[in-house]
Design a protein around this ligand. Sequence first.
Ligand code: URA
Length: 280
Amino acid sequence: MSTDPNDPFWLPGLDGDLSGGGLAEPAAGDAAEVVGPGRLQKVLARAGIASRRVIEDMIVAGRITVNGTVATLGDKADPRSDVITVDGAVISTMPDAITYLLNKPAGTVTTADDPQGRPTVVDLVPGQPRVFPVGRLDVDTEGLLLLTNDGEMTHRLTHPSHGVEKEYLAHVEGSPKPNVLKRLRAGIELDDGMTAPAQAAAVGDNMIRLTIHEGRNRQVRRMCEAVGHPVIRLVRTRIGPIADRQLKPGEHRSLTTKELFALQSAVNLEAPAPRKRGDD
Ligand code: URA
C-alpha cells in the first residue's frame, strides 16, 4: 500500500498492521452529556453569564430574549442554534464549544467509557472540556473521527436527513471488477435494507474508495462483503468537507474556523434570524 503523500489515496499509517475484525461499542448515553438544549437559566449560567438565580431575576425583569421573543421563566433554549440577547446584546452561549479531528488508530473503541477497559478515542484527546465522538467507527476501523461537546452539531452530523458524506478507503480481498463497483453505486441489499446510492471507485487492484451518506452499523464492511470482497483494512478519509492527510494515527487537532464554518454549512447549521413574538 502506498505511503507516498503525493498519492491521492495515501493516508498516514496506511501501510501499518492490517489485522481486522471486531465491533465498536455503542456510545449510548453520551449524547445526554454534551452541551445541548436546556432551561434558559441553565444555558446562560453554563455560558458564565451569571448564576441561575440572578438569571431568573433577569428573565422575570424581561431583560432576556430568545430568537427575538422576550423570555419567560420556564423557557428552554438551545445554546447552539438560538439567538439569545441580554439587555439587547447578543451573547455567546457556547464559549467552550470545541470540535477535534482525530485520526483514530485501529484498536481504539469509539465510546467515552469502555466497560471492558479498552483504550477509547476519548483517551486520545484532552479531557477538558469533555467531548464525545460524533458517530462511530468500528474498533478496527481507522481514520478521521470528530469529537465535540456541541450537541446540536453531533445531532446534525449523525442524523440521516443531513446526509453528510463519509469517504472510506477499503483494502479488500480480491480485485473488484467494474460490475462490482456498479452494484456498490446502485445500492446493496443488506439484512437491514437497501443501502442508498453511493460513490465507488477502484483505487489500484484491491482498494475501493467508497463514499456513503448513511451511517449504518459496519456498513462499508457489509457492503463489500455482500459483493464478494471482504474488507481487510478500512480507513475513513473524509467527513463532509473535512479531510487531513497530515494527521498521523493517534493524533488530533482542533478544527479551524474555516473548517467549522464549512461543517456548519454542510449540516445547514446557521443561527435563525431574530423574530418577533407571534411570528409563528
Ligand atoms: N463502515 C464500516 O463498516 N465500519 C466503520 O467503522 C464505518 C463505516
